[in-house]
Design a protein around this ligand. Sequence first.
Ligand code: GDP
Length: 424
Amino acid sequence: MVKAIVGANWGDEGKGKITDTLAKESDIIVRFQGGANAGHTIVNDYGKFALHTLPSGVFYNHTTSIIGNGVALDIPKLVGEINEIVSRGVPKPKILVSNRAQIVMPYHILFDTYEEARLAGKSFGSTKSGIAPFYSDKYAKIGFQVSELFDEEALKEKIERVLVQKNVLLEHLYHQPLLKAEEVFATLMEYKEMIEPYVCDTSAYLYQAIQDGKNILLEGQLGSLKDPDHGIYPMVTSSSTLAGYGAIGAGIPPYEIKKVITVCKAYSSAVGAGAFVSEIFGDEADELRRRGGDGGEYGATTGRPRRMGWFDCVASKYGCRIQGTTDVAFTVLDVLGYLDEIPVCTGYEIDGKVTTDFPTTTLLEKAKPVLEVLPGWKTDIRGIKKFEDLPENCRKYIEFVEEHIGFPITMISNGPGREDIIYR
Ligand code: GDP
């Protein structure tokens, strides 16, 4: 059976932890989109890890990890991450990389950096991992597939052709040093050495695995609101964050995805620019940020402090709907145990009218949160294993959220570890 694990909001919902937990019963974990720009934080017996490129299943011996064709493949980062986990005592994971995955080129990272500098105050808050230039090139059909590394003559010719265009921009738009074809070729030959042991036709592999009845997890990055079509465009990422894209980015039939587990955090956080209706500021935000996640709400990739807010039912209802949610995993609930009262955003007021439907970006900029305040439970809920054993106000909080988003919360995460999970 194929399941997808995706985010309902702006990312950082705790997908890594849920994937790591569910990986126990899985044979294969697939990354199907995104690149090294976001990260998952995972806490397990080996320690605490921030993964950017590797799927969250790499810590189990029995799983195969796949980098699907939809991923922006940063070869030095991937190989670096493999080496890092192995050096920290994790058994060498079984990893397969799609021969159709495209390569993040060294110049993608440069262009990302130059463009952010050029936009200065009006930037999108890119992590400068080359993701936007990478996907632009992919769709402009001047990207490089892994398979192309293995035809050196054709590769040389294509590099020459692509660099003509790149060098015009470097010279006239960014006023930066030009790229040399021989150097780019030499780098790609190094990449080839690094990646060759992992490359295969992953879509054929997955097809067979489905026939054999294997359990497969598709692991998404970021969340619904960062999707280029359905999110808060243009403050979005460059590849689809939706479960539906899992079929494309992994190369499997869409009807094989039987479960869509959408991860929702018990409060909100966001990174980068863009409207964030339930955002809070000052001491209130600082305290939640400090107590949030596992060791504070700071970017797994960048270390940037995240923007904080109360749970947003409007954004989450939409985020779950657009994913095609079958199950909601409600995470980081333990963190709210310090609050006497917990505000929840249940509606948006736009031009004097209250709505519970998530609007397009232009209207979103005008939205003001409608808040309802629920009583807190003022205890530490970590270690609780059964829903019935949660404090009454905590159960009421979960039920309130469930009713407002309209999708069933079947998993509750009450701590960062693998075992901190309540099934309902
Ligand atoms: P992802 O990209 O969606 O995987 O999100 P992050 O990497 O930002 O994970 C969120 C953070 O919360 C990480 O530091 C996790 O270890 C932590 N975390 C996940 N679930 C829980 C939970 O239920 N309780 C607590 N306290 N921390 C959690």
